[in-house]
Design a protein around this ligand. Structure first.
Ligand code: NAP
Length: 248
């Protein structure tokens, strides 16, 4: 039996891209999914698709920038399924531009979704995982959490932060003996709706060119499944997954 069977998995940002692909992959391996994002029509459609293939999924409309909504998401998972085994902390946006463009509102949004949203989700699920002495937190960082490039400064900053949060959480849980595993996933270029969050036309044109080599989101979903599938005494802590032909 797969080590994913019957695991309760919350996925933030499940309405498209990597989150949606991960939901489908884990559903096919018997997980009980709690899908979260802001677009209810997408979540409903995905739930129906998963259920009609014999999988299990519920959803809750959630804006991860609202601490209250994220707490309600965790409470809903516990009420419906009685436990939370895995958090796939995946919601993210990437409005890239040079700092000189002064898109301060976009910096705020990136920090709110990519950093604070990730932390709110960890805060919401950690108490129940610690109580059960079992759990797995999977954070979506990026190659941009390892490399810095012009125009990506704030996005890179948020993804470096996610990587720091992953490693800090890993160390703290390891020293506390809670058996909570932490996986930091750093994708390269992946086909999704992420580029649509870049409003700067020059930057968007460059990204469109760079993303010509992008791989499908199900490649990342498979890596996430691999991390979950390992025996509970094994933590896959860091994965960088680029298209084979991606240079930077
Ligand atoms: N695609 C890539 O090349 C790539 C590379 C490296 C890392 N990543 C990371 O992978 C993660 C998933 O991105 P993706 O590529 O799958 O992009 P995507 O297709 O745009 O998906 C992003 C998801 O985040 C959700 N989201 C955005 N703002 C939110 C909010 N305030 N509250 C809740 N959910 C929110 C979106 O749902 P709603 O709009 O419905 O809320 C959507 O489901 C992100 O963290 C991204 O930074 C992606």
């Amino acid at each position: 039996m797969s080590n994913i069977q019957d695991k309760v998995v919350i996925i933030t940002g499940a309405s498209s891209g990597i989150g949606e692909a991960t939901a489908k992959e884990l559903a096919s391996k018997g997980a009980k999914l709690v899908l979260a994002a802001r677009r209810e029509d997408r979540l409903k459609k995905l739930q129906v698709e998963i259920q009609s293939s014999g999988g299990q999924a519920i959803y809750k409309v959630t804006d991860v920038t609202s601490r209250q909504q994220v707490e309600e998401l965790a409470a809903y998972a516990l009420k419906e399924f009685g436990k939370i085994d895995v958090l796939v902390n995946n919601s993210g946006i990437m409005p890239q531009a040079f700092l000189s463009e002064n898109k301060v509102d976009e910096w705020d949004k990136m920090i709110d979704v990519n950093i604070k949203g990730v932390l709110y989700a960890i805060a919401a699920i950690l108490p129940s995982m610690r109580e059960r002495k079992s759990g797995h937190v999977i954070n979506l960082s990026s190659v941009a959490g390892h490399n810095i490039y012009p125009g990506g400064t704030v996005y890179c900053g948020t993804k470096f932060a996610v990587r720091a949060i992953s490693e800090g959480l890993r160390q703290e849980e390891a020293m506390s003996g809670t058996n909570i595993r932490v996986t930091n996933i750093s994708p390269g270029a992946v086909t999704s709706e992420l580029l649509e969050t870049t409003t700067d036309s020059t930057m968007k044109a460059g990204l469109d060119e760079f993303y010509k080599v992008a791989i499908d989101a199900d490649r990342i979903a498979r890596a996430i499944a691999f991390a979950i599938e390992q025996p509970s005494d094994v933590g896959i802590n860091e994965m960088i997954i680029r298209p084979t032909v991606q240079v930077g």
